[in-house]
Write a protein that binds this ligand. Structure first.
Ligand SMILES: [Zn+2]
Length: 490
């Protein structure tokens, strides 16, 4: 009887191919290794080569003649490696040489596997880079938003404003025709400025030049005068107080005082020209923040003018920049001597509107007023300085219904400044602080100690001011004193 012994059937996987091996009883360890190497196409593997068999669950199976049989569903994975040459197989490796095409293929496949394995990492890296980039953009956006929320800081227009192109259309605008009543009213210090639009105010100013005889005397071309006034208007900022309407009020008060005190006959036309132009340009391009702010905040204007009346210097510079433009140059027919006189006089008047110069100007004028002489050039220059100063602070010389809205405008501008000073950690003047100021409190001291002494000083030379102007100022003082008493009970 012949007994047949069934072989032990082994299923293995080498690379991506499957092999079936039959191990017969009696085969040796070497036989098994040889068979496995053969399955891996590595017939030249020697005894030092590593042969590794693993179950699908990763368990290593010892290579021996007693390998447990398995099924094709759960094949062992075979890997053969030349120990001495250090080259793994798994996908086989026929020639055993380091650069054999099979090995290169294997290496490429392995690199692909590694590359694939790294794919999520790469994606993660890219994702991380995107996050960093997004964070940067977010930070930048937050910075911009926080900057936008800050009050506009230290943004002062260029010291010398560029003059916008002058439209020749101004020259053909219809001339406003004012009634006799309006023309007469314009000469009065009680004139109500609130009834007029900006273009009407420029036309009223143009009328003043004509009425005072300046257009004829200095051979001004009307289109040039119109353009000059329009460009001036456009270069006043829309501040609550220091705006074109304030410019008009100051000019009109100066004009009113000329008539009130009958100065048209006592002064030369060139003096009238100095005074009128000084008033017109005296606050041009005012930024809405006073000299103290300019200096404390170290603004461009403070730097340019070395902290010396930066605003007043700026107003002068802007005014003369406009006048230098041929289309606006109402001085173009003046002789060099007259131009020099006018320029000097205007600069003096405009710089004198800096209230820190108040005491010095008052003292000088008091001395001059003792023996004032209308033929004396220096006396007249000082008179013009005083008149422009008075006109500049003359709101309370007008009826209460005209004057009071100006106080609200002034306080609005002051409070905007003090709010910004607080935000920027700069010194705050108590008279500008919304937490400390009351309307009567603001006016009583100012009218009593600045305005009345100033107008009284001027009235030493122009006694006509005692007729209408000073009584109105004293009435305003009484009104605010009464209001203060009611508010404080004192
Ligand atoms: Zn002013």
């Amino acid at each position: 009887m012949t007994t047949t012994v069934a072989p032990n059937r082994i299923h293995i996987k080498v690379g991506d191919k499957c092999e079936v091996l039959d191990l017969y009883p009696g085969c040796t360890h070497e036989d098994v290794r040889a068979i496995l190497c053969s399955a891996a196409d590595m017939v030249d593997a020697d005894k030092d080569s590593l042969i590794k068999l693993t179950k699908p669950d990763g368990t290593i199976v010892p290579v021996s003649p007693f390998l447990p049989g398995n099924t094709d569903k759960e094949p062992y994975t075979l890997q053969v490696q030349y120990r001495s040459r250090g080259s793994p197989n798994g996908a086989g490796g026929g020639g055993g040489g380091a650069a054999s095409p099979t090995k290169i293929g294997y290496l490429e496949a392995k690199l692909n596997d590694i590359s694939k394995a790294l794919e999520p990492l790469r994606e993660m890296q890219s994702f991380r880079e995107q996050i960093v980039s997004f964070q940067k953009r977010l930070e930048s956006a937050e910075k911009q938003i926080s900057m936008a929320n800050l009050p506009e800081t230290k943004v002062i227009p260029k010291a010398i404003k560029r003059i916008s192109k002058i439209d020749p259309i101004f020259a053909h605008q219809p001339k406003y025709v004012f009634t006799d009543e309006t023309v007469a009213y314009l000469k009065q210090p009680s004139f109500n400025n609130w009834q007029w639009e900006e273009n009407e105010m420029t036309a009223l100013m143009e009328h003043m030049f004509t009425e005072l005889g300046l257009v004829d005397k200095f051979k001004m071309e009307l289109p040039t005068l119109k353009r000059f006034l329009c460009v001036v208007k456009d270069n006043y900022n829309h501040n609550p107080f220091h705006n074109f309407r304030h410019c008009f009020c100051v000019t009109q008060m100066f004009y009113g005082m000329l008539h009130e005190a009958d100065l048209v006959s006592k002064l030369e036309p060139i003096d009238l020209l100095v005074g009128l132009i000084s008033c017109i340009i005296h606050d041009i391009d005012h930024p809405g923040f006073n000299n103290a702010y300019q200096v404390n905040a170290k603004t461009e204007l403070a730097i340019i003018y070395n902290d010396q009346s930066p605003l007043e210097n700026h107003h002068c510079a802007v005014g003369f920049t406009i006048l230098r433009n041929n289309d606006c140059n109402i001085f173009k027919n003046l002789s060099d001597k007259d131009y020099e006189h006018v320029r000097k006089g205007i600069i003096r008047c405009v710089l004198s509107t800096d209230l820190t110069k108040h005491g010095e100007i008052m003292t000088k004028f008091k001395a001059v007023s003792e023996n004032f002489n209308f033929a004396d050039v220096e006396h007249k220059a000082q008179l013009l300085v005083m008149m422009v100063k008075c006109a500049d602070i003359s709101n309370e010389a007008r009826p209460a219904d005209v004057a009071e809205p100006w106080l609200d405008c002034l306080l609005e501008e002051y409070f905007a400044q003090s709010d910004r000073e607080k935000a920027e950690g700069l010194p705050v003047a108590p008279f500008m602080d919304r937490d400390k100021v009351t309307k009567p409190g603001a006016q009583v001291g100012f009218i009593q100690f600045v305005m009345i002494p100033l107008f009284e000083n001027l009235a030493r030379v122009l006694p006509q001011l005692e007729g209408n102007v000073l009584p109105q100022i004293r009435k305003s003082l009484a009104y605010y004193q009464d209001l203060q008493q009611k508010m404080t009970g004192k």
